[in-house]
Design a protein around this ligand. Structure first.
Ligand SMILES: Cc1cc2nc3c(=O)[nH]c(=O)nc-3n(C[C@H](O)[C@H](O)[C@H](O)COP(=O)(O)OP(=O)(O)OC[C@H]3O[C@@H](n4cnc5c(N)ncnc54)[C@H](O)[C@@H]3O)c2cc1C
Length: 88
């Protein structure tokens, strides 16, 4: 039934649109995807990828490709402001 579906028209080729399109394709649903800009955005808007996102990439089978271009985050520590602590 899925292969006879009408194509889903995905508007926006950001992470949300691309993951939606990939998920649909992997389930046999044809997809047409467009974006209002012709080229990828210049600069980084996703240098830090959260664990849940990595789980989704793994589920979709693209995690190995993502990790090929990745650098692990150096160990770091967040030190909350003392005022914040006093209010908690
Ligand atoms: C400076 C900065 C740093 C960031 N750093 C991180 C980070 O380290 N880690 C992280 O997880 N997230 C980060 N983010 C957030 C992350 O970029 C967003 O959560 C993510 O891009 C959202 O994806 P999206 O697909 O929902 O939207 P978008 O990435 O905004 O994509 C939407 C797409 O739809 C297109 N579009 C919009 N309207 C139309 C239309 N009418 N017709 C056709 N196309 C249209 C746009 O051109 C765009 O390509 C950062 C964001 C910024 C601004």
């Amino acid at each position: 039934m899925a292969s006879q579906s009408l194509p889903v028209f995905v508007v926006g080729a950001g992470p949300t649109g691309l993951v939606l399109a990939l998920t649909l394709r992997q389930n046999g649903v044809p997809v047409r995807i467009i974006d209002k800009v012709a080229k990828p955005h210049v600069g980084s808007r996703g240098s830090g990828i959260m664990p849940r996102t990595l789980e989704v990439y793994n589920y979709l089978g693209v995690l190995p490709d993502v990790l090929k271009g990745a650098v692990p985050l150096p160990v770091n520590r967040l030190i909350p402001h003392l005022e914040y602590h006093s209010r908690v």
